[in-house]
Design a protein around this ligand. Sequence first.
Ligand SMILES: [Cu+2]
Length: 146
Amino acid sequence: MNCAAPPACTFFHLEALMLSSRLVLVSAIALLVTACGSGYSAPSPTPTPSPTPVPVESGSSISIPTGASTLGNRAFNPANLDIAVGTTVTWTNTDSIAHTSTGDGNAWDSGSIAARGQFSRLFGTTGTFPYHCAIHPGMVGTVTVH
Ligand SMILES: [Cu+2]
């Protein structure tokens, strides 16, 4: 570009620069909007889920693993069993020696559960029930009834 009057020329250049940067900005926005517009897809209608039948919880089990007498709060598996009221819990002793399921404060007592033996108890009230093995008091677990 040929300029006769340098200050005016500078001004012209600035103007042109501003104009072009504005153009760039505008086209960038236009591009963004277009990108957003094309990237946006209307959410497909959510299919109505068919009603799932509520499972009737009737039984749950806890196993006493091998070497349970030394396992402390891992002596009953699961250590914290969460059940609905009205659930019968069955303890299965898979260890080679006898254990018990004894509610703290003697809420219940299985008596000796022989190796490979079982004991079941119905939990009819809500609450948190810690229990232990009367033979090995370090063996502890909890049944939570809701
Ligand atoms: Cu025991």
